[in-house]
Design a protein around this ligand. Structure first.
Ligand code: IPE
Ligand code: IPE
Ligand code: MG
Length: 240
């Protein structure tokens, strides 16, 4: 057992909200000589296990980056395949997630998605609205810049005078204003970038990158991320 696996997690230092950039599905598949879609399938399989681990560790909010506004630029077969996989995963997992007390939320532009997928997402949100064990936000057709643009449009439509616009008001116009900002952002597959994820909300998040590809990111990997988080000193620009 690696030394950090025997180290104990301090329950007072568990992040309330963990956001994950689930990257590396394509490379995971490539490494095995499989088509990229097999990687996306394996990636969605991993979500169930990850959510169970989150509950065990006492995390209250999880945000999963599933499809970015830039991912539309991928080859049409991959986009189509991915959308199908995401639709299936909601259909397949909804009962179980609901029975386990998971509340599902969506971050992103719903109107850009296929009507069938839109109705599955709406159904999932409605059915799980009363659950509170774990809140899971799925960022699907999500872009951090698009979210800020959407907030600006709504603020202008509401006719808010410029001098009344402050950080709190902008925050209230984001996709999920009732959810606390992420404390920890995990990115799998080694890249050190945000790729347009939670630009507004991530202002003071701690950032953790692992080379592990998303389909292989398991409970012990999550534990390592939480241990690293527990050793950070969050100063928020101040001295203590
Ligand atoms: C992440 O895996 C899933 C999505 C972006 C939809 P990738 O498909 O980006 O996998 P890599 O980065 O090509 O390995
Ligand atoms: C970020 O991964 C988006 C998701 C995980 C959904 P990408 O694979 O799209 O990011 P880049 O292209 O490496 O920046
Ligand atoms: Mg990628």
């Amino acid at each position: 057992m690696a030394s950090n696996e025997v180290a104990t997690l301090d329950p007072t230092k568990i992040p309330r909200h963990v956001a994950i950039i689930m990257d590396g599905n394509g490379r995971w598949a490539q490494q095995r000589g499989l088509p990229r879609l097999a990687g996306h399938r394996a990636g969605t399989e991993n979500i169930r296990r990850l959510l169970e681990n989150c509950v065990e560790f006492g995390i209250q909010y999880v945000t999963l980056y599933a499809f970015s506004t830039e991912n539309w630029g991928r080859p049409p077969e991959e986009v189509r395949g991915l959308m199908g996989i995401l639709e299936n995963v909601i259909e397949r997992e909804l009962d179980e997630l609901d029975s386990k007390g998971v509340q599902l939320r969506h971050l992103g532009r719903l109107e850009g998605l296929a009507p069938a997928l839109q109705s599955k997402i709406k159904e999932a949100i409605q059915r799980t609205a009363g659950n509170s064990r774990l809140v899971v936000c799925v960022a699907l057709n999500y872009g951090g810049r698009a979210e800020i643009v959407d907030a600006i449009r709504r603020i202008i439509r509401e006719g808010v005078p410029p001098e009344q616009i402050d950080e709190a008001l902008v925050g209230q116009h984001m996709y999920a204003p009732d959810i606390p900002d992420p404390d920890l952002i995990i990115r799998t597959a080694g890249e050190s970038r945000l790729s347009n994820f939670l630009l507004w909300e991530a202002a003071y998040a701690e950032y953790y990158v692992t080379p592990t590809y998303w389909p292989d990111f398991d409970g012990s990997e999550l534990r390592r991320a939480l241990l690293a988080y527990g050793q950070r000193h969050r100063r928020f620009g101040q001295l203590k």
